[in-house]
Design a protein around this ligand. Structure first.
Ligand SMILES: [Zn+2]
Length: 263
């Protein structure tokens, strides 16, 4: 197994290397998140020149729309659904169950002899995802509902927020991708939204721009909390070598920042 995107690298703006083309050309199965996350994939497949089997892990999941009150492109406050698909399904572990099922089915199609073992491995991992969901809900219960307000670099935690009762007050980059750049006016609107909502922290994501997050936090008079792993794992010496570790680490970071103190 080979990961195209190295640890710590933002997938939204990823530029494939010549080695990636070689790897894709020789792959038995290519697994992508889908829903528009890997904007580089069509060109990479064309460059690899071979028609390799590909599975979109998020296939079948329905994109969320921004909720009323979320700050959108142009500093507009959402009053209804938006059209840009949000690819960040994996940050809700119950949605990640679908990823496991899709990958299990794809592996079984290309390697029918292994179907049984793929099935039992998937069952075991789905069990761990359900335990993770229960654990997250129990940890988040330590945060009073009125303090469950999230501000991140870009719109990555929407599904997580929906599942565990958080509000997304705004994002430094007003997009489900990191490739947009906010205007001074958008940042000013965000600062106002944070003050109005009584947000307690701006969460910096690994790979996100610290300068803008710091500027917004400073103007709103709240701390920057570093840093959430949302799109990338660490090596084994870091806090997020696996998906399950990543989610536990992020939840601990969020709970530590929001649960304590006075409002
Ligand atoms: Zn993202």
């Amino acid at each position: 197994m080979r990961s195209l995107i190295p640890p710590g690298v933002d997938p939204h703006g990823y530029e494939p290397t010549p080695q990636d083309v070689v790897a894709v050309a020789g792959a038995r199965l290519i697994v992508v998140n889908g829903a528009g996350l890997e904007s580089f994939i069509a060109k990479l497949l064309a460059n690899a020149g071979a028609d390799r089997p590909l599975v979109e892990a998020s296939h079948g999941l329905v994109s969320r729309s921004a909720r009323e009150g979320e700050v959108l492109e142009g500093g507009v406050i959402a009053t209804g659904p938006t059209s840009e698909p949000d690819p960040h399904f994996w940050l809700d572990p119950v949605m990640a169950v679908r990823y496991v099922q899709n990958i299990r089915d794809a592996l079984s199609r290309i390697d029918p002899a292994g179907e049984k073992i793929y099935g039992s491995n998937a069952d075991a991992y789905i069990q761990q995802l359900r335990q993770l969901d229960t654990w997250i809900a129990s940890r988040v219960a330590a945060i009073p509902p009125e303090k469950r307000a999230l501000v991140t670099n870009h719109e990555s935690l929407g599904y997580f927020a929906d599942r565990y009762g958080f509000r997304i007050i705004g994002t430094v980059i007003p997009s489900v991708s990191t490739e947009a750049t906010p205007t001074a006016r958008q940042l000013a609107r965000l600062v106002e939204a944070l003050k109005a909502a009584g947000a307690r922290a701006v969460f910096l994501e690994v790979g996100g721009s610290p300068q803008m997050a710091r500027q917004v936090a400073q103007e709103a008079g709240i701390p920057v909390v570093t840093e959430l792993y949302t799109h990338s794992l660490t090596d084994s010496s870091g806090p997020a070598p696996t998906y399950l570790d990543m989610m536990r680490y992020d939840v601990k970071t969020i709970v530590d920042a929001l649960a304590g103190g006075s409002s």
